[in-house]
Design a protein around this ligand. Structure first.
Ligand code: NAP
Length: 276
């Protein structure tokens, strides 16, 4: 019997997930499908009933459902609760379980793109304090020994985030960058700055150590103004597309029973699709 999986969102036509999972299904010769399904918020409860009937092995959840599915899942793992978002569902024995794989995507991307990035204690800086920043904070809590400074346009949002998640975390406004920069080994942009040509006008790269790693989770464009500037200054960079690719691995393994790899061919296919 064909094993079926999905991504739900509203709208959903922009999603790269069918391309990613479709590539893996093809590579592994699996009798399976992965389809994008547009589910309007009002139709979400009915979709969950469809899930409980066993039609699908599971699937992904994207905007605007990542928070609302909490109330509909039969169980949600504690990590997804702390992150505040579910992006992956698995269905077993008529029950729907929710989890979040974004933090694994973030770690997998840096491990592949900058091996050894988490060796030795150093401070990290997260720019932005929204949903994605939560997943990155959880990832750094697991792997990074140093302090994590969260810099955000709205200081109160950064403060709320670091109060909610336990760890060596501090909240700041953007004006704290100059005094923190010299001790920063990792800069992660999780804010939407970088999309549509927007850029940081306050981030002076020359203040960062030459060994600093700069990564952006925005991947449209692939080389954001932040990454381009870091490269100009000779700093190591990792783009955000790998996070999307690596977050898909655990879901595919759970639904189809094979652990897939993030290969250069897969990446090339998805990069080609970004131009459309
Ligand atoms: P979100 O919850 O809406 O948070 C947006 C963040 O950006 C907030 O901290 C907000 O600051 C800040 N921001 C927005 N506009 C700004 C501006 N003009 N100047 C300064 N700060 C600004 O969004 P999210 O879910 O965290 O997603 C953020 C980005 O990450 C999106 O571009 C998303 O596509 C990307 N993302 C990528 C991946 C991946 O797999 N690579 C995964 C998840 C998300 P305030 O608090 O001041 O409003």
């Amino acid at each position: 019997m064909t094993t079926k999986a999905f991504v739900i969102g509203h709208p959903i036509h922009h999603s790269r997930s069918p391309l990613i999972h479709g590539t893996w299904l093809e590579q592994h010769g699996i009798d399976g499908s992965y389809e994008a399904i547009d589910v309007a918020p009002a139709d979400l409860p009915a979709f969950f009933e469809r899930l409980r009937s066993g039609e699908f092995a599971g699937g992904n959840v994207t905007i605007p459902h990542k928070e609302t599915v909490f109330a509909l899942c039969d169980s949600v793992d504690p990590l997804a609760r702390t992150i505040g978002a579910v992006n992956t569902l698995t269905v077993r024995d008529g029950k729907v379980h929710g989890t979040n794989t974004d933090y694994l995507g973030f770690l997998g991307n840096l491990d592949a793109g900058a091996p050894g990035w988490s060796d030795g204690p150093h401070d990290a800086m997260i720019i932005g304090a929204g949903g994605a920043a939560r997943a990155v904070l959880m990832a750094l809590r697991r792997r990074d020994g140093g302090r994590v400074h969260v810099l955000n346009r709205t200081l109160a949002n950064a403060q709320a985030l670091v109060e909610e998640i336990d760890g060596p975390f501090e909240a700041h406004g953007f004006d704290a960058f100059p005094e923190l920069a010299a001790h920063t080994g990792l800069v992660v942009n999780t804010s939407s700055i970088g999309m549509h040509g927007s850029r940081f006008d306050w981030l002076d790269m020359t203040l960062l150590p030459k060994t600093a790693l700069v990564t952006d989770i925005v991947y449209t464009p692939l080389i954001t103004p932040l990454l381009a500037e870091a490269q100009t200054h000779g700093l190591r960079t990792v783009d955000g597309l790998g996070m999307l690719l690596h977050q898909a691995v655990p879901g595919f393994e759970a639904w189809f029973g094979v652990r897939p790899s993030v290969t250069p061919e897969l990446r090339a296919r998805v990069v080609a699709s970004l131009d459309h």
